[in-house]
Each structure stands twice: as C-alpha cells, then as structure tokens.
Design a protein around this ligand. Structure first.
Ligand code: PEP
Length: 251
C-alpha cells in the first residue's frame, strides 16, 4: 500500500542554528514513538548536511526544496541534484508554486529537474495546483492535468512509481484558507484517475498524493481521513514542533 507522508517545507526560514535546533527537537520528539506516516523535513540547502547528521533517516527523513535543471558547471548559485544527494537527503520538492511564480519554473524545466533528481536517487515531491482565478473559472482539473502531463508523463511507469505528488491549491498556501475536505478529496480522486489512465491502477494506487495549503493541527485529521489524501506538505505549521507534531499524529 502507498505510504502516508507528512513533509515540512521550511521555505526560506531558519538560520543554520535555528534549523538544526528544530531538527533535533523533532527527532527527539519522534524517537521511539509509533507513527503511522513517513516524516520528512525539507530545509534550505545550507542546512542539509548538518540536518542529515541529526535525523535518523527512519522516523525523520530529510529533503531539499529545489535542485538545478543542469548536471553541473557554470550555473552560479545553483545546487545540483547530485549535490543534494551527497548530503544524505533523500527527497526534493520540485515545482512548488512559489518556484513556478517567482522563479519562472515551467513544466519543461521541471521535467529536467525530475529526471536529474531520479538519476540521483532522490524522490521528487512534485507540486501541482491551480491559482484562485483558475478555480473560480472551474479550470482546476485542466490546469492540474496539464502540470502532471507536461512535467511527469514522459516518465516510464517504473520511474513514475518513485514520484510523490503534492496537490497545493495556490489560493490556500500561506493564506489560512484551506481547501475543504471535500474539495481536496475531489481533486485527489481526479489526479488518481488521471494516473490510472496513463499508468494503470497498480501504479496509481501506489502513488502518495499529499495535500498542501494551510494544513494545521485543527484540520489535518479531517483532510487525511479522505481515501485519496495520503498526507500533507506543510509550510507554516512545520516551523515549530508543537504545531507540526499534531499533524504527524493525525494519522
Ligand atoms: C507550502 O508551502 O507547501 C504550504 C503548504 O504552505 P502553508 O502550509 O504555509 O500554506
């Protein structure tokens, strides 16, 4: 059966000292605890090597929030998938709406990033989701299907089986406005059907589809109780253990 996952996206928050302190606190809180999901913290690049010394890779795993679309070379300021993997990180968020909106990441660029992440044994957490105007126009399914098709559907079934999806309606990210449980389930079921049509039921049923967008300790249980919601990608509420832990424990 597919995995339940709760992944924290720290975004551009926490100094190295603050980040390592948070990772230590979370690891201590989860050590020896029975938890029913994989827990991942996706930190800024500069934290990765230190965090991978702290987390045990079992109860807490680590990931990056991005990687380059190039292998190596004269790309000042970029960090490659191989570099991310060399820190011990196992995951990488790709296609977050903030990367798409502020840094011009297109589906074509993301396709390259996904390929390089997989070549370096990183699991992409591939983000998809519509903006408010698209939802208001009833175009959310069309938008999400295009993001998945153009970003991922060149992959073989075997490689697609290594992908985690995160549905994040952009209007819900950082706004305090969560999708209703019914809206989340409806979209997740649509995504899974889209995967069935492309890769068949076996692959689709093994793919974890996370919800992201103002998920917190008060709404996580209801969101995660939906049959097609396999966990969450958590922004703001991942920055403090007492906000994040109850979301992990919602499973
Ligand atoms: C995110 O950035 O992926 C996210 C879901 O943020 P927030 O939980 O703060 O809405």
């Amino acid at each position: 059966m597919r995995k339940n996952i709760v992944a924290g996206n720290w975004k551009m928050n926490k100094t190295l000292q603050e980040g390592t302190a948070l990772a230590k606190e979370l690891q201590a809180a989860l050590t020896g605890k029975v938890i029913n999901c994989d827990v991942i913290i996706c930190s800024p690049f500069i934290h990765l090597a230190s965090i991978n010394e702290i987390v045990d890779g079992k109860s807490v795993k680590s990931g990056a929030q991005n990687c380059a679309d190039k292998v190596s070379g004269a790309y000042t300021g970029e960090v490659s998938a191989a570099m991310v993997a060399s820190t011990g990180a196992k995951y990488v968020i790709l296609g977050h709406s903030e990367r798409r909106a502020y840094y011009g990441e297109t589906n074509a660029i993301l396709k390259e990033k996904v390929k390089l992440a997989l070549e370096n044994n990183l699991t992409p957490i591939f983000c998809i989701g519509e903006v408010l105007a698209e939802r208001e126009a009833g175009k959310q399914n069309e938008v999400v299907k295009k993001q998945i098709t153009e970003g991922l559907f060149d992959l073989s079934a075997e490689d697609f089986g290594k992908i985690v999806l995160a549905y994040e309606p952009v209007w819900a990210i950082g706004t305090g406005k969560t999708a209703t449980s019914a809206q989340a389930q409806e979209m997740h079921a649509f995504i899974r059907q889209t995967l069935v049509a492309k890769y068949g039921a076996a692959v689709a049923n093994e793919t974890s589809i996370l919800y992201g967008g103002s998920c917190n300790k008060d709404n996580a249980k209801e969101l995660f109780s939906n049959p097609d919601v396999d966990g969450g990608l958590i922004g703001g509420a991942s920055l403090k253990v007492d906000a994040f832990l109850p979301i992990v424990e919602a499973f």
